[in-house]
Write a new protein. Sequence first.
Length: 755
Amino acid sequence: MPRLSVIVPVYKVQGYLRECLDSVLGQSFTDLELIGVDDCSPDGSGRILDEYAARDSRVTALHLAENVGLGRARNAGAERATGDYLLFLDSDDAYLDGALEAVARRLDACGDPDVLVFDHVRRYWWDAVRPSIFGEQLAAAGTRTESVPENPELLRLFAVAWNKAYRRAFYERHGLAFLPGLYEDAPLAYEAMVSADSIGCLARACVSYRQRYRGAITRSPGRKHFDIFPQYASLMAFLDERPWLEQLRPELFERMMSHFLFCIERPDRVRPADRRAYFRIAREFHRRYRPAGYRPPPGRQGIPLRLVGARSYGLYAAFGLAKRARRRLLHTTRLARGALGRRVYRAYYAVQRRLPLDERLAVYSAYWDRGVRCNPAAIEAACRKLAPEIHPVWVVRANAVPELPPGTDYVLPRSRRYWRVTARAKYLVNNVNFPNHVRKRPGQVHVQTHHGTPLKTMGLDQQGYPAAAIGLSFRGLLHRVARWDFSISANPHSTEVWDRAYPLDYTHLETGYPRNDVYTTATAEDVRAVRERLEIPPGRIALLYAPTMRDYRRGFVPQVDLVRLARELGDDHMLLVRTHYFYGRSPELLELQERGVLRDVSGHPSVEELCLASDALVTDYSSIMFDYANLDRPMVIHAPDWQAYRASRGVTFDLLSGRPGDTPGVVSRDEDELIAAFTSGAWRGPEAAALRAAFRERFCPYDDGRAAERVVRRVFLGQDAAELPAPVPPAERTCAPAPDAAALPGAPSRVGATG
């Protein structure tokens, strides 16, 4: 008897079926059976099922003599199932990697509940992936189990068949079965939920729910959507037979009516010509099944339900027209307000630019207003100490506000105060360019900090690489560069590139990168504290994998099989994976994290902390390598697509030449070489150390822990370049101790460059 029985009803899905079946059979959890039910499909779906059944004994191909519909096909599969738990998967959807292992673990942790509800992601036809809205509610349950009478909010979880595991003995004892017709899964989902004595929850996304461009039956308009009424009539009859569930009737009535209204409002379900007839039946359901004393939700949310209760389609249709008109009006108003607002704010900004500069005001931004980060953050911190009279204000987008350090003074882009501070501030500091609408006025000082040493081509050098310059106006770029007064440089290489890429009149500040100061000033205590926050066990070798973006590819695609890498390196290693900030969070990485394969640190606010916590860096062409060299810790360059990257983006030097100063350590060109770099010990051998030392000498000549101080003294305090502290040569510096050294009792605060 297998632990899990996965039932897949199949009808006209030959284009999706293999992906679906592979997602089940390729799971790390193997104690399962797969029952594919061919619902007399007219395409090649039945043949595909037979192929899989012939080569995998876990697969049963069940062919129905006639087309019976999705619900009855599921019932046929359930009758053949022998597993402890039943799971239903639609044949155009798929399980995410590790999903069934996570389900099995949570079933064990919850003590074999009657029902386990798990999360999903929506996968759109244009390849976007979005999380569901149920994650927070599912996560709140932990491993606790409850019944619906104990927690009626469980009825607000997605009422579908494929996001649940049903204990087969429970399913059969209660005689659960799907009815024919559309919307067959909602009544069964509710019946199972209210019948279960124990319901567990799993916040991990297990199903990739495909949103097809066309072909989904629930998004094909027609009278078949009237099937929803007998489905819910069966649910009401179910309640009538169980008076002990009467307390749940108001919630289920509201779920039912909300579902009716959801469908009538969508032209891809109920056609406009059918709405009056649909409404008439919904109105009759409202009259017949409304619980005594039921009150609709207050406010605007309850208006549609009240109108159904009023039994007037004219009023309901008028409300729908008014709602749609209101939406159009709001949209038009927003456009008009935007145009008017732009004119008003342009006038306001012009007035503010005529007022005196505030000599004690500095405006900061980083990574297109993503928060307090990078070189601007390090400069602001140093300014607070050396020039405390300068008041900092950060430009921050709304979604980054919750992560701001306590006490941060900030403005939202294009708000009224934003226009005022950008017009009046003496200092403007950014690691990218401020938008075109920010006009530099006489007396303002603009500091461009940059955010990396350029391996890839930048600025005007990109003109020879059109794939990397899509949408970029070089004329507009030069207009923005013309605002710069100072350009911070981490090394002579950067200074040369900036001169060529941004050929305008500004002053180079060869100070080193302020964000890299921490690699010299951090103590053993700091390193230990960061590793504790990241939950890296003592003695574990933490490898930070931080690849860069690709101009020729959408979305994050790792250049290595992370599962294999983790397996080959063994339990004494831990993978920390950080994607480029352009990509956002990766559902695939979140899945692997749930499985314990790696730690997804893409959302960690400080890349500097990640570097301090790691024992080694694995990267490809990311500028993180130049910063990491300050730590004098091993680096491995994994470059399987070097030629493609070089051709599409262009590079400023040959990273893989192997010459001292060009290459920072071991280079791997495929997965086997990457694994061998670690299993052989070459990653931290003498040859790698020699390459790293030469690389550090070339690219880290100024990063001695006082870069931010030099910037503040030069820009904010007006000192001459000759007055600034001279950089300490790399060979004479101390740097933050490596994790193994920091873990030793009585470890020194910092260690020598080669220590």
